[in-house]
Design a protein around this ligand. Sequence first.
Ligand SMILES: C[S@@+](CC[C@H](N)C(=O)[O-])C[C@H]1O[C@@H](n2cnc3c(N)ncnc32)[C@H](O)[C@@H]1O
Length: 250
Amino acid sequence: MASASYDARRGELTTYFDRTAVEAWSRLTSDAPVSRIRATVRAGRDAMRATLLSWLPADMTGLRLLDAGCGTGALSVEAAHRGAEVVAIDVSPTLIGLAQERLPAIAGAGRIDFRVGDMLDPGLGRFDHVVAMDSLIHYRAADIARALAALGARTDGSVLFTVAPRTALLTVMHAAGKFFPRSDRSPAIVPVTEGGLRRRMTSETALDAFTWARSHRINSGFYLSNAVALTRARPSASAGSGAASPGVRT
Ligand SMILES: C[S@@+](CC[C@H](N)C(=O)[O-])C[C@H]1O[C@@H](n2cnc3c(N)ncnc32)[C@H](O)[C@@H]1O
């Protein structure tokens, strides 16, 4: 169950990613030239996406993947190229529109169902894998743990996510300050320690069935983020019972 702080933060992020920073995100996630600082962020994000994708099966035919907070959809496209049935959800209708505009032809069985809404919506159904790349980094540790529990409860394979490491707080603050001009600065990134997050996660019973399988840090100039893979060690009681709700197929 999401908290008031989760809801409030999601509201701020909706305003930010749907209005304030649309132009900057559109550019950052394209091939258009960017400043030297943003080029390090782009390179870091490319490396992060490659890391997360390397933790997913090479052949995803028939597998359901949730791209939680998909932004302009780059990871969704890669997963669909591997044959995955992707649900790509974001709170920003503008970024979803951009993702749909940019969508290349997907050969084979893969497809992407774009949605506007909350990644925790249970109506999205069950998944084999969930990826939340840089979409939980603005939430408090307690809210990240609760979100992971909600996502984990409907995931049969792995939940891959990123967090901003607190060990390098200054770097993160520096990056957050420099990444965008003052006028379109993002809601603060909330750095977390691995120990602190793991402690929060132990109070989420839905996560008892998951193992913290691996983590990997990407540090590229002004981009700093830790990737974490949670893998299901015990089958879910409700596995196989949750059908996906119908949606727009793109
Ligand atoms: C930093 S961007 C990353 C986008 C994408 N995952 C990527 O790596 O390119 C974070 C995204 O998460 C989305 N987001 C944040 N909270 C969300 C939530 N509760 N449900 C769905 N999307 C959310 C934002 O709108 C934004 O597009």
